[in-house]
Design a protein around this ligand. Structure first.
Ligand code: CTP
Ligand code: CA
Length: 227
């Protein structure tokens, strides 16, 4: 997309996108993970490059080709993702949290592989909370006027849960997806609504992840130029 002067509308902007899913290790060979492929985040990175932005892509455990022209920072855990995102966000105009960040991590990491023992039930796995990167970014706004965007996958009461989550996180925009067994994960297509803290509600028809990404950037650009 082009701005008023015919320049790409994200030219001169630095945007940060997180993508993929964090993995929280239990022992040297096992982790708690999730099914996020990273495709939506990569689509956001590619479309932002196409619109002229400098892009930092913080990628958690993805197996996708690096988007041409983006700086890719690879991370594993939620704690590592937080560090990389906060560092890149220091001078960013917008941060889009498309990554699936684990809410919990194992309280203890076993230095050696956990073995089963004959005739014994397994030990329960104790979990602790991970930092909430989106809430932290939204509260701190390392750069004035920075636009912060979250993603949420909900299985029911999509709009009500989305509005409540937007308010709870304190971000400017929340992209809400409806998910079920056969939907969204690992697919190239998506269906969503983009909720704004200003009350805006932009439905996104079923279509490619690039189309949703472009609508997200449209909403970001609108808020950046209203600064
Ligand atoms: N998020 C984050 N840090 C976390 C968890 C989530 O930054 N520890 C971000 C995600 O990247 C996403 C948004 O918050 O952009 C919403 O994630 P979601 O899991 O839907 O939110 P939660 O508050 O964890 O709610 P729930 O209890 O429904 O999982
Ligand atoms: Ca969560």
């Amino acid at each position: 997309a082009r701005g008023a002067a015919g320049r790409p509308d994200l030219a001169g902007r630095h945007v940060v996108v997180s993508a993929g899913g964090t993995r929280e290790p239990l022992d040297p060979v096992r982790f708690l993970g999730n099914r996020s492929s990273g495709r939506q985040g990569y689509a956001l990175a590619r479309t932002a490059v196409a619109r002229g932005a400098r892009v930092t892509l913080v990628a958690a455990n993805t197996a996708l080709a690096d988007p041409a022209g983006a700086d890719v920072v690879r991370v594993g855990t939620a704690v590592q993702l937080r560090e990389a995102v906060l560092k890149a966000a220091a001078d960013a105009d917008a941060v889009v949290m498309a990554a699936a960040v684990a809410d919990f991590r194992p309280a203890d990491y076993a230095q050696r592989k956990i073995k089963k023992r004959e005739g014994r039930e397994p030990e329960p796995v104790a979990l602790v909370r991970n930092p909430d990167v989106l809430a932290e970014l939204s509260a701190e706004r390392p750069r004035p006027g920075q636009v912060v965007v979250g993603f949420a996958a909900e299985t029911d009461d999509v709009l009500a849960n989305g509005r409540a989550k937007l308010a709870r996180k304190g971000c400017d925009l929340l992209v809400v997806n409806e998910v079920g067994e056969e939907r969204t994960f690992g697919s190239d297509e998506n269906e969503a609504v983009v909720l704004g803290a200003d009350g805006s509600e932009t439905p996104v028809p079923h279509g490619p992840k690039e189309a949703l990404a472009d609508i997200v950037w449209d909403e970001v650009v609108r808020r950046l130029s209203a600064e």
